[in-house]
Design a protein around this ligand. Structure first.
Ligand SMILES: C[S@@+](CC[C@H](N)C(=O)[O-])C[C@H]1O[C@@H](n2cnc3c(N)ncnc32)[C@H](O)[C@@H]1O
Length: 295
């Protein structure tokens, strides 16, 4: 009890420490991003389950496309001593951040099992993987059908003889409301020492064009000193739909595709709530996974 009291006092002190500069100027945006939108400890067991559903065996090699700070690669290799991960991203900045703050947090013996490739996901050729995952809607950067099919063919090529690709998708009427911002308070231990523990994550849906399905989204962060990190991240995407993605997986050579839709368990949360469905209710906002199977 006393221990927790001390920890809380220390946290309060940390949050009240005088800052000469606005927090928005000093805060580390990758730390804020990771704590707001990523949940690797839920994703990696889900990836394993998807692979087991397809092949009734355990996957070993994960490739994380658009890996950014490669938090999922780090979580993957932590899970088992035989696991290997490959992270691919074009931008050296998040890769370097991941080396300083994610890679350094895992056991030294697990670190060599991660390979990072600063490359274009369309062109990269690496070790054949059991799973290729592209998370947080990253492939929506490809705005035309030929570009997406080219990417899916690259994913197919980079899979072992038997493998799965896992793509997350979002949708529902509320996701395409223009000039709409969702806010979520975040409160948990920072990854980077000195970064604020509490802040507000804002997801702005700025623009959605019903003709082209192009859409613009921004992530902002607000702090207790009322300062705001505006447009810390921005995305200009094609808003793809599940049937389009499945058709393109088919065109790229995948033998099957499946949709894992969010359900509920007793606690109403957790990765185990995503289950294969062939039809779903028209929720106002939904997140789902599309899985392509190579056989
Ligand atoms: C939305 S972030 C995703 C970060 C992380 N995977 C996640 O789930 O939150 C998109 C990342 O894709 C990278 N990226 C964009 N186009 C790329 C390409 N053609 N090849 C490789 N990486 C790319 C960007 O540098 C950025 O780090």
């Amino acid at each position: 009890m006393l221990f927790y009291h001390r920890v809380n006092m220390a946290r309060r002190k940390q949050d009240k420490a005088p800052h000469t500069q606005p927090l928005a100027r000093t805060a580390d945006k990758y730390d804020l991003y990771q704590r707001s939108v990523q949940n690797p400890s839920h994703e990696t067991p889900f990836f394993r389950r998807v692979y087991r559903d397809a092949f009734s065996s355990d996957p070993k090699i994960l490739r994380e496309d658009f890996c950014g700070t490669f938090a999922v690669c780090c979580e993957w290799v932590k899970g088992h001593k035989d696991r290997v991960a490959i992270g691919v991203d074009l931008d050296p900045e998040p890769l370097e951040w991941g080396m300083a703050h994610n890679l350094s947090r895992i056991r030294p013996s697990a670190r060599p099992r991660i390979t990072l490739m600063r490359e274009n996901v369309l062109k990269v050729a690496g070790p054949k993987a059991d799973i290729v995952a592209a998370q947080n809607f990253s492939f929506w950067i490809f705005k035309t059908r030929p570009e997406v099919v080219r990417y899916f063919k690259a994913m197919h090529r980079n899979l072992a003889k038997r493998g799965v690709v896992i793509l997350d998708m979002m949708g529902g009427g509320d996701c395409i409301m223009e000039d709409h911002t969702d806010r979520r308070p975040i409160s948990e231990e920072p990854i980077v020492e000195g970064n604020p523990r509490r802040f507000t994550y804002l997801w702005e849906q700025a623009r959605y064009d019903p003709i082209s399905h192009s859409a613009s989204f921004y992530i902002h962060f607000q702090f207790r000193d009322k300062s705001e990190m505006k447009r810390a991240f921005e995305y200009h995407w094609r808003f793809w739909t599940i049937p389009e993605v499945r058709e393109m997986l088919d065109e790229a050579g995948f033998a099957e595709s499946h949709v894992y839709w969010e359900g509920t368990n007793k606690e109403g949360e957790g990765n185990d709530v995503y289950r294969r469905r062939i039809s779903a209710p028209s929720d106002k906002v939904w997140i789902a996974y599309v899985v392509g199977v190579k056989k």
